[in-house]
Design a protein around this ligand. Structure first.
Ligand SMILES: Cc1cc2nc3c(=O)[nH]c(=O)nc-3n(C[C@H](O)[C@H](O)[C@H](O)COP(=O)(O)OP(=O)(O)OC[C@H]3O[C@@H](n4cnc5c(N)ncnc54)[C@H](O)[C@@H]3O)c2cc1C
Length: 301
């Protein structure tokens, strides 16, 4: 049971146990707030073979190792971690009621949504193995540095790949576009190769290749830009009016617009999907909601 709460009752329920949710739990524990982390266990960070831009890890750290450290640290400060998927979130009195698929419920004075997003991946066999070895990469800000000067393919709809190719051109002169829909004119990228559209990506255990018109073009790495699905459904259930593009609007301090006590942090709300952004938003949310909850003076020890 979380500290200072009854069974199923907590000060704060954090939905999602990736870097954002776990960092919020660390801060909340150190603010002496009872906290439960309800996590389905599919953090994007688990895909990271080795992160080299995560502050404080000069030799790099894998996503799994980082998550294990964060879980240990959150538990150290009293957070209760539960593996489950929250399926319903409603306002209830002055707080919130959460429910999972097994009919378990939690009452919380405040809720932090840290549910992240799901990448749309190419329909390719062994896609997880390709990500694990870096043949397929999903985030140039995260790891384009590691493939500086290598042969890179940029895959997806024409409009998306031309926008990202410019950024990647800063890392390599050996760049090719692999369009899913049509090939246009990349005017500002005259030296970038454009391969025929409509092919398929294949992975041979080491490299990804674009197979099109009977030819196989291999790359050191391929970045797909096929979009993503954010998990904003719980926010909508709780009464948040999503933006026209389906995003959760938040105020400074990460509180959602229009629903006091409900916060959103990390990839589910960020425009820059990075661990450092997620943990920064977690700190802001924890301090903001701590100031909103009733003040609890410490009893003499
Ligand atoms: C291949 C790859 C490499 C990357 N490399 C880097 C890097 O080097 N540096 C960097 O800064 N970033 C990197 N990123 C991005 C980074 O992983 C994300 O920015 C980060 O994980 C976001 O944290 P988050 O907590 O917001 O979301 P997530 O880590 O995705 O966690 C969300 C959690 O919420 C859970 N959840 C969702 N819905 C529910 C629900 N209804 N009930 C309960 N739980 C739920 C999910 O199962 C998941 O565990 C990389 C991403 C990928 C895919």
């Amino acid at each position: 049971m979380a500290r200072g709460t009854g069974s199923g009752r907590v000060d704060v329920a954090v939905v999602g146990g990736g870097p954002a949710g776990l960092t919020a739990a660390i801060y909340l524990g150190r603010l002496h707030r009872g906290c439960v982390v309800l996590d389905a266990g599919h953090s994007r960070a688990r895909w990271i073979p080795e992160s080299n831009n995560c502050p404080g890890f000069p030799g790099g750290i894998s996503g799994d190792a980082l998550l294990a450290r964060l879980r240990e640290q959150a538990a150290q400060f009293g957070a209760r971690l539960e593996r489950t998927t929250v399926t319903a979130l409603q306002r209830d009195g002055g707080g919130f009621r959460l429910e999972d698929g097994q009919g378990r419920t939690w009452q919380a004075r405040a809720v932090v949504l840290a549910t992240g997003l799901a990448d749309r991946l190419p329909p390719m066999e062994d896609v997880e193995a390709a990500i694990a070895c870096g043949a397929l990469r999903l985030c140039p800000v995260c790891d384009a540095y590691e493939v500086t000067g290598r042969r890179i393919g940029v895959h997806g709809p024409w409009a998306a790949i031309t926008a990202h190719a410019r950024f990647l051109r800063g890392y390599t002169a050996d760049l090719a576009l692999l369009p899913t829909d049509h090939a246009g004119q990349a005017d500002d990228l005259p030296d970038v190769e454009v391969l025929p559209p409509g092919g398929r990506l294949e992975f041979d255990g080491v490299h990804c290749a674009w197979v099109v018109d009977g030819r196989c073009h291999a790359f050191d790495t391929v970045y797909p830009f096929l979009g993503c699905d954010t998990s904003a459904a719980l926010a909508r259930q709780a009464g948040v009016v999503l933006t026209g593009t389906g995003e959760i609007p938040v105020e400074p301090g990460q509180q959602t617009t229009g629903v006091p006590g409900l916060y959103a942090i990390g990839d589910v709300v960020s425009g820059l999907n990075q661990i450092s952004v997620a943990v920064g938003q977690a700190a802001l949310a924890a301090l903001h909601l701590h100031a909103r909850l009733p003040f609890v003076p410490r009893a003499p020890d």
